[in-house]
Design a protein around this ligand. Structure first.
Ligand SMILES: [Zn+2]
Length: 442
């Protein structure tokens, strides 16, 4: 998961009173706000989720998720201690597959891209729902991934993002199977590769372009910590831009177009771009390189640029203005030295494209996610981020990314931590309610 945009709106914020479990009514939640208790008539979706939580098999699964919380933390730790750098997720994938096999998940396979896919068949006909977490981390080979535990706090690179998601998927799957929770259709349990930056969503792209592409009706990624519902997909266009020339001596060859100067002109134009805040649009030159010495005209100037927005149209617009700026900079640097016949060229390579989109809060999948949180009396804000759900959302397929509970700190940093506090188990409980709700209550 990429860094989150702060919560956008609260969605439904009216809790139900529940007595079926020792849920959060008495204990203040750690790290996330409690909804104020008010009385209002439940919507049909909310009433359905309230009823679902009281079904014996579901209530039993929810209780087990709390009682056997240590199992979830053990799995989270075990998976985290298997390195999974970008494009090198195979060892963690194999472990995840073995864990699903041990739970009784059927038809397990690893697809050509490296995604682990298994399934649980429901009791009757119905939709196909994906429940997934991502296997990859942002950390390179050789990173120390040993988990340090102090009380309820686990510290290691990747412990939250996304070992929490993978562990929540395992825990939820386990209780669905153990408690024989009835549902319609089928549940695909998946570990994806390539969610983080360098992977450019290659796992989920493969999923939605491979054999399953026409059979997935709904998609949930568990990614991140807390109780957010990501229904806005931040799109990004990323480029490596290179200005090239022959280069030469800084004194002897002076008077020719300079690739680094052209890049500087481009950066000045990019820095001056206007960008709206609603929808949010961002631009960033994140990396620059080029040159060999202080007294050489460099043969190239290279920069990596990231453009983002949750609006596909706004992203297309800023992209178009970037392309103009890059070409103007080239023309201006050439024009600066009209007598020079030395060539100056511009090469633009795409190094990442993530489509943008929004899953409306009136859709069944978002309403169900909100209603399940209400049933549990936890506050689940709607958020915007860049996750595996970008791909299905951009295709108009019902999809959200849900957080896995607990409290995370420092995602993508070496001192990343996950604190389960007193109620981390509520993450998997919520996920279970959403999954079964989507497969039983429409
Ligand atoms: Zn993630």
């Amino acid at each position: 998961m990429s860094p989150l945009v702060p919560p956008r709106s609260a969605g439904t914020t009216i809790p139900a009173l529940l007595s079926f479990l020792t849920l959060s009514l008495a204990s203040p939640a750690a790290g996330h706000g409690q909804q104020p208790t008010t009385s209002a008539k439940a919507t049909p979706t909310e009433a359905a989720l309230d009823r679902l939580a009281k079904q014996p098999a579901v209530a039993s699964a929810m209780a087990a998720l709390q009682r056997e919380n240590e199992w979830t933390l053990t799995e989270q730790t075990a998976l985290c201690e298997i390195p999974a750098p970008p494009f090198k997720e195979a060892a963690r994938a194999a472990a995840f597959r073995d864990k699903l096999a041990a739970l009784g998940v059927q038809k397990l396979r690893v697809d050509r891209e490296g995604n682990v896919i298994g399934e649980i068949k429901g009791t009757g006909p119905g939709p196909t729902l994906v429940l997934s977490g991502h296997l990859d981390t942002v950390f390179p080979e050789g990173t120390n991934v040993k988990v340090k535990r102090e009380g309820t706090k686990l510290t290691a690179p990747g412990i939250g993002d996304d070992c929490r998601g993978l562990a929540a998927v395992l825990a939820t799957t386990r209780q669905i199977i153990v408690n024989k929770i009835p549902f319609n259709g089928r549940l695909l349990v998946i570990g994806t590769v390539g969610e983080e930056g360098p992977g450019n969503l290659r796992g989920v792209r493969a999923l939605f372009s491979g054999p399953l592409k026409d059979s997935i009706d709904m998609f949930i990624s568990i990614d991140g910590t807390g109780f957010g519902i990501t229904n806005g997909a931040v799109g990004s266009n990323r480029y490596r831009v290179t200005y090239k020339g022959p280069g030469g001596h800084s004194y002897g060859a002076f008077g020719m177009p300079n690739p680094i100067h052209a890049m500087g002109r481009a950066i000045a134009k990019i820095a001056a771009l206007e960008a709206s805040t609603s929808p949010k649009v961002t631009f960033n030159v994140g990396l620059v390189s080029g040159g060999t010495s202080v007294n050489s005209i460099s043969a190239e100037g290279v920069m990596d640029i990231d453009l983002r927005s949750e609006s596909a149209a706004a992203l297309t617009d800023i992209d178009a203005r970037l392309q103009v700026a890059l070409r103007q900079a080239l023309a201006e640097e050439k024009a600066r030295w009209p007598k020079s016949t030395v060539p100056l060229s511009l090469v633009i390579d795409s190094i990442g494209l993530r489509p943008a989109g929004t899953m409306s809060d009136t859709t069944f999948i978002v309403r169900t996610s909100l209603a399940a949180a209400r049933t549990m009396n936890v506050y689940a804000p709607l958020t915007i981020s860049s996750t595996d759900a970008n791909i299905p959302i951009s295709k108009g397929i019902a999809a959200v990314t849900l957080d896995g509970g607990g409290v995370g700190r420092g995602a993508h940093s070496l001192d990343e931590s996950y604190d389960d506090r007193t109620d981390g188990y509520k993450g998997p409980q919520w996920i279970l309610l959403v999954v079964i709700g989507l497969l039983t209550t429409r």
